[in-house]
Ligand binder design. Structure first.
Ligand SMILES: [Zn+2]
Ligand SMILES: [Zn+2]
Length: 270
């Protein structure tokens, strides 16, 4: 009886120390974002899921974020052979993860299964991966989605990521700086050139943001970097609109040889 009362008292003291969060955690223990394993805090993945996150580690190309077998594959500026031959329009790119394992599951669920709570976790990793491009006073801008797609998906996952990472880094996010003038057709199976043509007509800068954008450094945020066609079109729109520079920050890098249909996960063959 006494030991029962002692145990209760210990529990109450613990609750008092940790406040309501402690009470909530005792009643509803936080679980992994992906599986049902318990975690220490809400909004995290468990140890097993964490192990299946493949971080983009150095050495990687500073222009396209692609990991390299050794620094010998990078030039003096830190660029890979592909970027040296055909530099992308943006100044730098950083990716938190490779698009596989846990990162792939988190992105797919954020994109298609309304798991908006993943954005906070992924934004922590965007902040880590982008620490040297998230400069003070830069503007954080998401890759836009078309309003018709948003009606169907209800939100733009890139904007959610951009808003979360900007808040965590103490920066300004302009979620609607770019917009899609018309919906693009599904881009799977199109050549790089055809994708670019389709996208170039589709993404534009909202004219009333010209003054906000002038001479600013922009960090363009998206969930994935694949062929770079979308990021190129956004970068051109921002540079033509007066931005001083554009850097690209994404959750996950999709290796070129592993391109997939990112707009219809059903046909995905990753
Ligand atoms: Zn898990
Ligand atoms: Zn590169």
């Amino acid at each position: 009886m006494t030991s029962g009362r002692d145990a209760l008292q210990r529990k109450m003291t613990a609750y008092a120390r940790t406040g309501w969060q402690g009470v909530l955690n005792a009643v509803f223990p936080p679980v992994c974002l992906l599986c049902s394993a318990e975690t220490e805090q809400a909004g995290l993945v468990c140890a097993a899921c964490f192990e299946r996150l493949v971080r983009v580690e150095k050495p990687f190309c500073v222009r396209c974020a692609t990991p390299q077998p050794s620094v010998a594959y990078l030039n003096a500026q830190g660029e890979c052979v592909r970027c040296e031959k055909a530099p992308p329009p943006w100044a730098a790119a950083r990716a938190a993860f490779l698009y596989e394992g846990t990162a792939r599951s988190l992105v797919l669920q954020l994109k298609y299964a309304d798991r908006v709570e993943h954005a906070g976790f992924l934004a922590n990793h965007l902040k880590r991966a982008g620490q040297d491009i998230l400069q003070p006073n830069c503007l954080v801008v998401p890759v836009p989605s078309h309003w018709r797609r948003r009606l169907w998906r209800r939100y733009n996952q890139a904007a959610l990521l951009a808003q979360n990472v900007a808040r965590k880094a103490g920066l300004v996010c302009v979620p609607d700086m770019l917009y899609r003038a018309h919906a693009t057709t599904r881009l799977s199976g199109f050549s790089r050139g055809a994708r670019y043509q389709e996208m170039a007509q589709a993404i534009a800068l909202r004219p009333h943001y010209k003054n906000t954008l002038r001479a600013q450094h922009v960090v363009l945020v998206d969930d994935l970097l694949t062929s770079g066609a979308t990021a190129s079109v956004c970068t051109h729109a921002l540079l033509e609109g007066g931005a001083a520079s554009v850097s690209v920050l994404v959750v996950a890098l999709v290796p070129m040889q592993k391109e997939i249909d990112l707009d219809s996960p059903i046909s995905e063959t990753a």
